[in-house]
Design a protein around this ligand. Structure first.
Ligand SMILES: [Zn+2]
Length: 634
């Protein structure tokens, strides 16, 4: 029979569509499963992915028919319409937009920065990917062309189901160290309330009693009242807590994840080798294990959204939807053009998972790192907390702040009253969080568990004309730090300048361990240099003009804006001027000159690291960052 004499039947094409969906869905799901190997097995990932790809394959069906009609006129190959070749070409048409999108997406930055697409690199990468796809299509069609249609479809389906079925397998990590019965070393809890500024907590001077349970905890703990986060960004800040190293030292940025365990290891491996079990439970996608932060945790619980949203197929849908929502406002809601995707999950969920892990039957002491994302934008407290803490307000601003629909529609510029309203909503969220955390701590044996509570950065509600946390103003980097050794010891208030880099050496000391390598931070259990300098680095920008660096000497703060030829400097006295409205460098030239030199020398320890790089890091998913407001606009 001459197969070229008539086009493939509709039945064959529909069969191919189904097989293409299964094959592409399986490959995409397997890719996700391998990337997120620390997560538990879940067959739903394959089913969701295959369903999504079925939609793509159906969409590609007309293109495939028309494409074949055009190509058939130019070919003399009599096997052109064999099921294998029809299927291979259909697979190529289906995968084409997703492959193209995933290549180019590696070069688009935070806030829709597409400037890197004006260089050659992304287009060379795209061309190579398309050539590979073309070669695979040709090879697949040639390999299977002698098979009967039914055999081809059946065999391909079996391979796809087999591949997809691997999502139900458990991928084992390293063997955990065995426990020793009677091990009485303390458990260690690192509890990070994301986006919690010190000035909004009564134990740190706030006049509203929004966190009574935290206040109660501090009666058997030490409060460090002059603590600065190392950064205003979540990932860099958490990595500093776990490495004891400043961002310029550990190297990771949100825009270019390249955290290297070999140069600046986190303390987790050390805990693990010392016989601790290690678990992490995070409330945000920003702290996904792929950034390198999950290294050496026996359990890293970072799944925030449904599995399918982690596939390349979904990333394509998401960006299409974002593009559409930017043009058709009805498709967006309060700055969230996302279907089924939150990029964050509530503390109740995070703590439930953590508690299950803590209470599991394992004799080893544990190190548990918890990130609670509830206080982060948007500010959406429970109704009871809202009634208790939010004062009457009749403006257009709601918990979505400047990104709220009413604010955007009316082009309203946020004023002082709006800032106060947002701060009220934030207070109410902290009230909710405080109660949930108290229930959780009530389930722990605090006689045997040391707690270090802190935050990764603060938040602004109009101070200095800023909102959220894309800057390094005092309200954005002055964070709480509460240290309660097992059993609790009242040590009162300590005013020495503390930093996020002190968390790692302190956690080690609580477990009787010493840093394997020298760290930038100090052990807070011991007295330390009260005149130490503290560094804050906001390096998470592809554009070097947006980088901000600060060095603290007591209440003096020298700030460097931008790198290279665009740099600008300022000096502030944060005690007299916490919103940093006045640059007093001209009034105090000696202090200014000294701190400028010190800041440069401080950072020179880690070599020149001021280059910019527009390429996004290997995990590539910047949707979460865009959603959460990490924009890089002028
Ligand atoms: Zn954060």
């Amino acid at each position: 029979m001459n197969a070229a004499s008539q086009p493939a039947s509709l039945r064959t094409r529909l069969g191919c569509t189904l097989v293409v969906a299964l094959v592409a869905g399986a490959v995409d799901a397997l890719d996700v499963r391998l990337e997120y190997h620390h997560r538990g097995p879940d067959l739903a990932l394959f089913l969701e992915s295959a369903t999504l790809w079925l939609v793509f394959a159906l969409g590609a069906l007309p293109v495939s028919v028309i494409g074949d009609a055009v190509l058939r006129r130019r070919t003399k190959d009599e096997r052109f319409d064999s099921a294998a070749r029809v299927g291979a070409r259909h697979l190529a048409w289906t995968a084409l937009p997703v492959v193209a999108h995933s290549r180019l997406d590696n070069f688009t930055g935070i806030g829709g920065d597409t400037s890197a697409l004006r260089t050659f690199a992304p287009w060379i990468e795209l061309g190579l990917a398309l050539l590979t796809l073309l070669a695979l299509t040709w090879l697949l069609g040639r390999l299977l062309q002698s098979w009967r249609p039914r055999t081809t479809l059946l065999a391909s389906s079996c391979v796809a189901l087999g591949l997809g079925g691997t999502t139900a397998l458990r991928l084992e990590d390293d063997e955990p160290s065995p426990g020793v019965a009677g091990d009485t070393r303390p458990n260690i809890l690192l509890l990070v309330w994301d986006t919690t500024r010190a000035q909004s907590l009564s134990p740190f001077g706030y006049d509203r009693e929004t966190t009574p349970h935290l206040a109660e905890l501090t009666t058997s703990a030490t409060r460090f009242t002059s603590t600065r986060s190392v950064s205003c960004y979540t990932l860099s800040s958490h990595l500093s807590m776990l490495t004891g190293a400043y961002p310029s030292h550990h190297g990771a940025r949100m825009t270019r994840q390249r955290f290297s365990q070999s140069e600046t290891p986190t303390i987790v491996r050390q805990f693990r080798e010392a016989g601790y079990r290690t678990g992490a439970f995070v409330g945000t996608d920003v702290l996904r294990a792929q950034s390198g932060i999950g290294f050496a945790f026996e359990r890293y619980d970072d799944q925030v959204d449904p599995w399918v949203t982690y596939t390349s197929g979904w990333a394509f849908v998401h960006d299409l939807q974002s593009l559409a929502a930017a043009r058709i406002p009805q498709l967006a809601s309060n700055g969230l053009p996302h279907w089924f995707q939150d990029f964050q999950r509530p503390a109740s969920d995070v703590l439930r998972h953590a508690l299950e892990w803590i209470e599991s039957d394992d004799p080893r002491p544990w190190l548990c790192f918890i990130n609670l994302y509830d206080a982060h934008w948007p500010y959406l407290p429970e109704p009871s907390a809202l009634n208790k803490w939010v004062r009457p307000y009749d403006g257009p601003v709601d918990g979505y702040a400047a990104r709220g629909d009413r604010v955007v529609a009316s082009r309203h510029k946020l004023d002082e009253r709006d800032g106060l309203h947002l701060s009220d909503l934030y207070d109410a969220e902290l009230w909710d969080l405080d109660a949930i955390v108290d229930q959780f701590l009530g389930r722990l044996d605090l006689g045997r568990t040391a707690v270090l509570m802190t935050s990764d950065h603060g938040e602004a509600f109009g101070e200095g004309g800023r909102h959220e946390h894309a800057d390094i103003l005092e309200c954005q980097v002055h964070v709480p730090l509460v240290l309660r050794p097992a059993g609790g010891v009242q040590m009162g208030i300590r005013e020495e300048p503390a930093s996020g880099v002190d968390v790692a050496p302190t956690l080690l000391a609580l477990a009787g361990l010493k840093p394997a390598k020298p760290m930038d931070g100090f052990n807070l259990l011991e007295p330390f240099d009260p005149v130490r300098r503290v560094l804050v680095e906001d390096r998470d920008h592809p554009n070097p003009r947006h980088v901000k660096l600060a060095l603290y000497d007591g209440t003096w703060k020298v700030v460097r804006f931008g790198l290279g030829s665009n740099e600008r400097w300022a000096l502030h006295d944060v005690a007299a001027d916490p919103n940093e409205a006045q640059d007093v460098s001209a009034a105090f030239p000696d202090v200014f000159a000294r701190l400028k030199t010190e800041l440069l020398e401080f950072r020179a320890r880690w070599g020149a690291d001021d280059e910019a790089d527009s390429r996004v890091g290997p995990i590539g998913n910047l949707d979460a960052l865009k959603t959460l407001g990490y924009t890089d606009s002028e």
